[in-house]
Write a protein that binds this ligand. Sequence first.
Ligand code: ZN
Length: 500
Amino acid sequence: MQSVPELAALQKQLARIHECIALLNWDQLTYMPQGGAVHRADQVSTLAEIAHQLQAGDKMAQLLEQCEQETSGMEETSDTRRMLRLARRNYDRTAKLPAKLVADFTRHQSVSYQTWVRARETNNFQLFAPLLQKTIEYTHQMIQHLGSFEHPYDALLDLSEPGITHARLTELFSALKPALVNLVKKISLSSAANQSFPFLQGDFAVETQHKLTLEAVKEFGYDTSCGRQDLTVHPFCTTISRGDVRITTRFYNEWLTRGFYASLHEAGHALYEQGLPEKPIGSPLCNAASGGVHESQSRMWENLIGRSKPYAEHVLPLLRAYFPQSFQNISSSQLYQAVNLVTPSFIRVEADEVTYNLHIMLRVELECALLDGSLPAASLPEAWNNAMQSYLGIVPPSDTEGCLQDVHWSHGFGGFPSYTLGNIISCQLWQKMSEEMPTLNEDIEQGKFDHILHWLRTRVHCQGSRYFPEELMTHITGSTLNVQPLINYLQTKYTEIYQL
Ligand code: ZN
């Protein structure tokens, strides 16, 4: 069985290169002087090429085959067989795509991105439409190489959410959608709708926000001896190694909660990364289970904890300490209401917990239609506006605030489902955790987050990617993916807030 250690050594090399790429990217998005941009792009693409050669090379193919043969008698649930399941997926998805196609598509993505920026600035969708059409064509070509699928979207889902198909996603989303549309409608008709909370707007010094958020995420258990928080344009979390998981955020001087919740969100991602298995270094088993599972962790800390009533109690003294003039005369129930305001809005990244998933479902529906050919790229704005009307009852005044708002479609498709899957998973986990931890609310109110983190570490984080998302949910909660806990959570919470 000497092939398994040899494969592990190759995987470690590969992982180390990816970690170096992560560090270069982090630096580019935080501190790098502008003048470094051209060389940095070359540095990253040089490393990416080396990584690609290792990932899709003959040695990897040979070792994989040998390992699969040598371990064929083992239980499929053993660590080695689980690792091989992932290693095979990683190899196939890279090796099956012709290098020329990947290079052409990468070039196209860069042109498409630049055109999207201009189209968005000038509110000119037709400038972007031919590029989007080309992205659809490239996506089809790639899917053909990846295998045969019932629906083209299956191939894309398989990349980010292993085991989940278009049919399964449709099943989940169609159970969720009517409940959300109904809840949004009831809230908009309630007498408590259209409230405003001016104390969240004001003059919030950025350095003070930085200190406040660092204190808040450290309380959650984010270990700053193995991480740090810096400023960037679009907040993200990145892993340089298990001992170095960094978060970035963005603060707005006049708007406190946006930066605050962005930090809590990224800290949720970081807590997951800090809790993933450390060894064997570079094993695909040490990675996150999926984009959706990753998002479940960030959403849990940001929303289920960060926007809860006990957290409002807990965090108010902290807010008063950092910004006394804004929070001196505010009660925890005012704070709770203010951070849970529900309003149908045009922009996804600013959406509240209730409307957010509708923004996602709308995008998934449209990108599936673009891919199966039922929606030509040029007709996207009209389809977008119709969908906004039916999902949220509003129509954006421009494409900039409509179908041009997200960067995602300048790169490709299939990235959106993970956001809503994350919300579904977070509520399923939360339900299980609440059953097992009867003092959950008291703990949050007292700022004791160690039990919660311990629960997540021992149930979710330590598993790495040995389970696919649906398997992970079954393993932890006894049920496959289920939208009911999310529906129950939103209905209970907002029925009380809006006295429905
Ligand atoms: Zn996230």
